[in-house]
Design a protein around this ligand. Structure first.
Ligand code: SAM
Length: 203
């Protein structure tokens, strides 16, 4: 996404942030000196000067406190600056979420996963209200259902795309059994039913 943004901004400056040092290292290797790539948590992000726009993809649903998040994003934008984002929204991958809740309550996974839910899948209405409370003068949000094929490899898709946060909390010897149990609960998992939350706001 940062690469595509740079292509569209030949005279602009891009600061790319992610909380993960590994992601930032890969992005820095790929982008070289074309972008200023930094490790930063969006809920505490501080920049030297206000920016014209914030673009975010596939990240905001990993952050629990959306009030703090939007207040901080408003804080780094100049007046009139724009926030454009897409993340998981209300109803996103609901079958996977239900399956992880059920399997996470069972032995031997419960010790690490009982009650664990890493995702904040908000509605459009509550997000618009949060954006206005955070100081955005305009806010428009909408949900967009999108089915994505698991490419004939549902187990691999679960392991690599969906369950990373769950697996991180589990001992390595339980990883295979956990993925197998979630897949068994899901039954048919040839398609992941995403519901994306689109966010457009003006500071
Ligand atoms: C699915 S990846 C998306 C990465 C990239 N934005 C993209 O679209 O390819 C989700 C990213 O959110 C990052 N993330 C999660 N919580 C974060 C936070 N509080 N602040 C910044 N980044 C965060 C993770 O480190 C991870 O790289």
């Amino acid at each position: 996404m940062t690469e595509q943004l740079l292509e569209r901004l030949p005279h602009g400056r891009v600061i790319a942030v992610d909380a993960s040092p590994a992601m930032v290292r890969l992005a820095a290797e790929r982008l070289g000196d074309r972008a200023d790539v930094r490790v930063a948590d969006l809920t505490t992000l501080e920049l030297e000067a206000p920016v014209d726009a914030v673009l975010s993809t596939a990240t905001l649903h990993w952050i629990a406190d959306h009030d703090a998040l939007f207040a901080r994003l408003r804080g780094v934008l100049r007046d009139g600056g724009r926030l454009v984002a897409q993340c998981g929204g209300a109803g996103n991958v609901v079958a996977v979420r239900d399956a992880t809740a059920a399997v996470g309550a069972q032995a031997p996974f419960a010790q690490a996963l009982e009650g664990f839910d890493p995702w904040t899948f908000a509605t459009a209405e509550e997000t618009e209200a949060r954006l206005r409370a955070a100081g955005f003068v305009q806010a428009r949000c909408w949900l967009e259902p999108r089915d994505v094929s698991t490419a004939g490899a549902p187990e691999e898709y679960l392991r690599t795309v969906m369950l990373g946060a769950h697996l991180q909390r589990l001992a390595p010897e339980h990883h295979d059994a956990y993925v197998t149990a979630v897949l068994a609960r899901l039954g048919d998992f040839h398609v992941a039913h995403y519901v994306r939350l689109n966010i457009e706001a003006v500071a």
